[in-house]
Design a protein around this ligand. Structure first.
Ligand SMILES: [Fe+2]
Ligand SMILES: [Fe+2]
Length: 272
């Protein structure tokens, strides 16, 4: 029997602003009714958890009632920007430590029949710190001991637009080339079958080699084409992944009736 994973992303929740709460509540109700085996959230839980710590605690608590095990990951709005060339508030060990105390672990490994799920904190993958080294060590060890399982890797930022060796292209919608290369080195010969991500606020599922890269739509909002290149489909909702014990997998987009497709360009007071 297939393991079902509800994959949501970019909820951008806050007790200070309820604009995106209605969509989250509808998605949460849909997930509760469907009762998947796991929920994976690929980051940007909070509206601005970097500067408003209450957003982090609120977002974490909001995911407590989904009725199944929830695996959360931090995004740039939770712990800071990944690379120095973005000009945003940078990720620091203190910000990651705050995430750990208010939300929980920022990396994890779970096994289910035929599959190993590994979640990493993409925001630190550019750093030369013991903290970043821990992420690569975790992926390397998990990849070396798969014992026939397929690997599913969950990240906040998608790895690449098209190719692992493509150049960096600010504004940073994808991992840096350096972070990509370090991930490929860490998984070695055991390339993931699936890579899940968010951050784009667009739904897409391209293949790079034998790996399918599924970026979930946000539950919260899309980014207007004037502000962001088109990589996939601008919509809101979430994804449902079916993982079969023999390694087959399917992904479906769950639109959820009643969701409002907010465009962040219409709400300049939120991020400027
Ligand atoms: Fe986001
Ligand atoms: Fe993000």
């Amino acid at each position: 029997m297939a393991v079902r994973i509800a994959h949501l992303s970019d909820t951008h929740l806050s007790p200070r602003n309820s604009l995106f709460q209605g969509n989250f509540d509808r998605v949460a109700a849909d997930i509760r009714a469907m009762a998947p085996d796991f929920v994976i959230h690929t980051g940007d839980l909070s509206l601005d958890g970097v500067l408003h710590h209450e957003d982090l605690a609120f977002a974490a608590a909001s995911h407590g009632g989904l009725g199944t095990e929830v695996l959360l990951l931090p995004g740039n709005h939770d712990v800071g920007e990944a690379a120095s060339f973005t000009g945003g508030v940078p990720v620091t060990p203190e910000r990651v430590a705050r995430y750990h105390s208010l939300v929980g672990p920022s990396a994890w490994v779970r096994d289910c029949p035929g599959w190993r799920l590994v979640g990493l904190n993409t925001q630190v993958l550019d750093l030369d710190t013991p903290f970043a080294a821990d992420q690569f060590r975790l992926l390397q060890q998990a990849s070396e001991q798969l014992e026939g399982r397929r690997l599913l890797l969950a990240l906040h930022m998608p790895m690449a637009a098209e190719l692992y060796d493509e150049p960096d292209s600010p504004p940073q919608w994808f991992l840096s080339r350096r972070a990509r290369q370090r991930l490929c080195q860490a998984w070695g010969a055991a390339a993931p079958t699936l890579v899940l991500s968010g951050h784009l606020h667009q739904w897409r599922a391209p293949w790079i080699g034998a790996t399918r890269h599924c970026s979930a739509p946000a539950t919260s909002f899309v980014v207007h084409p004037d502000w962001q290149q088109t990589f996939g489909t601008r919509t809101v909702g979430y994804l449902l992944h079916h993982l079969h014990p023999d390694g087959r997998h399917e992904t479906e987009y769950r639109p959820v009736p009643g969701l409002v497709c907010h465009d962040i360009i219409d709400h300049p007071s939120i991020y400027g």
